[in-house]
Design a protein around this ligand. Structure first.
Ligand code: FAD
Ligand code: NAD
Length: 515
């Protein structure tokens, strides 16, 4: 192996935890294997999508030859700079949120609470390193996958090049993911900013933090850092945060963020960033006024750009768009029928579980659907998602306006958590459950839950939608009392009550008389 075959990677700070992480997911002493004559599958990118394709194909023990190429850290965004580190920080910050509520619950915290920021960050690094063996190069090698560290790019219609080696393929999968969009703000490059790739490397708390973007990344991390003791200003260019979500749900969270002390600047236009002695000064306008704020750090969470560059996609006839990513059909096939794509590189659903589900479709369609028989379709998936703020916002299926656009008539049942005993006992009454069902039928079309553990509750509704279980059947499912998930039963019961027509009421009255 030549020393130039792949670049060594470091993850700051290179303490014992990050050393362990790197040793698992980008070992510096890795020796790329000698390629076999022809691979059944060559996968570029070892994030969730690539790992699931490779493990799924090789793990079938059918003797399939699979190559997996990763230029940076195996595990991709989710393990290294996404779900896992963010959820570790959220866990610590939830303790602060609980302490803030303690007085209302009759608990006096007499001492000033102190966030030990460096310990919070060390915990993140320890946990991330601790689970990184799942995605390690050695584990995948042991599964029978040829793991190549290095930058992969198409060399011809049926070959990929990595570190000077040529891998011939029958089918290839592009799973190169996405990265943070660079904001077009004068002076921001010179001033410097954090993204999800660097924020989890912080070892010192930025006392004042500006967060750009009120999407899932911005909201989750703005609340987290505010709770961890930073003074956060959140800039969002829309009229309310989480503008892809149910508006009422987003409004509840918005009120919480403001109540917790975040300075929320809506309809903001960031004009310039200037480095001053005190830090980074952001000049902005909002609602017709110009203003500025000076912070120690800026965190950008303003959307994702697909990693389409440098893959030689033109050479292999794979069409793409720099904003939307690689163009795929419903079978996740690109414009080159031998090349497929999965995950953030090609999908609107930018979630780990979506990348995982897409990878399973790719395995089926590339390896087990000769002549296109029995291919799986992306559009057949029922996709839930959760924004892990406090309260969480979980959603599955359609929003009311989406249903309206498609001409689907719906009825919405809303159960406020102020009517759910467990939520009242928990003093967690501000959220709601909304279920949209087809008008005149019990078929569930979509649902949104706003609750502290909404993410744990949404799967019941996803299961119902996937298995075509309507509200009538859900109302016969016994939910333990008292749980917040009882809200789902309440919604189902509310639907059942709408079936009580004057005629059925008369029949019931008659039955009572006879009983
Ligand atoms: C801060 C944050 C929090 C998130 N939280 C959640 C969450 O709670 N729940 C959730 O479901 N989703 C969450 N997500 C989204 C989730 O991380 C992504 O949807 C998921 O990681 C996408 O997986 P992927 O395999 O498509 O891409 P990635 O994980 O981006 O993996 C792509 C891989 O390809 C590699 N690569 C790129 N180009 C090349 C090349 N030319 N050669 C070789 N390798 C290459 C990259 O280095 C990378 O490792 C979060 C994202 C962020 C940023
Ligand atoms: N819990 C989760 O599952 C989770 C958590 C984090 C991220 N993610 C995934 O990552 C993706 C990316 O998240 P994201 O929050 O970066 O993207 P996003 O596109 O969802 O939200 C970014 C927001 O920033 C706003 N914005 C853009 N430029 C701005 C500017 N200059 N000033 C102010 N506001 C600006 C946009 O209007 C947009 O609403 C999400 O779509 C999601 O799929 C998921």
């Amino acid at each position: 192996m030549s020393i130039t075959e792949f670049e060594r990677v470091t993850v700051l700070p290179m303490d014992e935890y990050n050393q362990k992480l790197v040793a698992n997911v980008h070992p510096g002493n890795w020796v790329n294997p000698q390629p076999v004559d022809c691979y059944d599958l060559v996968v570029i990118g070892a994030g969730t999508a690539g790992l699931v394709v490779a493990a799924g194909a090789a793990g079938l023990d059918l003797g399939l030859k699979v190559a997996l190429i990763e230029k940076n850290l195996m595990g991709g965004d989710c393990l290294n700079v996404g779900c896992i580190p963010s959820k570790c920080l959220i866990r610590s910050s939830r303790v602060v949120g609980e302490i803030w509520k303690a007085k209302d619950l009759g608990i006096n915290i007499s001492q000033h609470i102190e966030v030990d920021f460096s310990t919070v960050m060390a915990r993140l690094r320890r946990i991330r390193a601790g689970i990184s063996h799942h995605d390690s190069a050695t584990r995948f090698q042991n599964l029978g996958v040829d793991v190549f560290l290095g930058n992969g790019k198409f060399a011809s219609k049926n070959t990929v090049e990595v570190g000077g080696k040529i891998l011939k393929f029958k089918k290839a999968v592009i799973a190169t993911g996405a990265r943070a969009v660079k904001p077009a703000i004068i002076g921001i490059e010179e001033a410097g900013y954090l993204t999800n790739e660097t924020v989890f490397s912080l070892i010192q708390k930025p006392n004042k933090l500006a967060v750009i973007g009120g999407g899932p990344i911005g909201c989750e991390l703005a609340q987290t850092f505010q709770r961890l003791g930073c003074e956060v200003t959140l800039f969002h260019n829309g009229s309310h945060i989480l503008n892809k979500e149910d508006k009422e749900a987003a409004e509840i969270l918005q009120k919480v963020l403001i109540a917790e002390g975040i300075r929320l600047v809506l309809n903001s236009k960031l004009e310039e960033v200037v480095t001053v002695t005190e830090g980074k000064r952001l000049y902005f306008s909002a609602h017709g006024h110009r203003d500025s704020v000076t912070v120690n750090e800026i965190l950008v969470g303003a959307g994702r750009a697909p990693n389409v560059e440098g893959l030689n996609l033109e050479t292999v006839g794979v069409e793409y768009d720099k904003t939307l990513g690689v163009k795929v059909n419903d079978y996740l096939q690109t414009t080159n029928p031998k090349i497929y794509a999965a995950g953030d590189i090609c999908m609107n659903w930018k979630f780990t579980h979506a990348a995982d589900a897409a990878a399973r479709i790719v395995i089926k369609n590339t390896l087990f659907s000769p002549f296109g028989w029995g291919r799986s379709q992306l559009s057949s998936l029922v996709m839930p998602w959760v924004t892990y703020t406090d309260p969480e916002i979980a959603h599955v299926g359609m929003y009311a306006d989406e249903a309206e656009k498609l001409g689907i008539e719906i009825t919405t049942i809303k159960i406020p958590f102020s009517s759910v005993d467990r939520a009242i006992a928990d003093s967690e009454e501000s959220g709601f459950l909304k279920i949209h069902h087809r008008k005149g039928s019990d078929e569930i079309i979509g649902a949104t839950i706003v609750a502290n553990h909404a993410g744990e509750m949404i799967s019941e509704i996803t299961t119902a939608i996937v298995n075509k279980i309507g509200l009538s059947k859900l109302s016969s499912v016994i939910h333990p009392y008292p749980t917040q998930a009882e809200a789902i039963k309440k919604a189902a019961d509310a639907y059942r009550r709408t079936l009580l027509t004057p005629r059925t009421k008369k029949i019931l009255e008659y039955l009572t008389k006879l009983s």
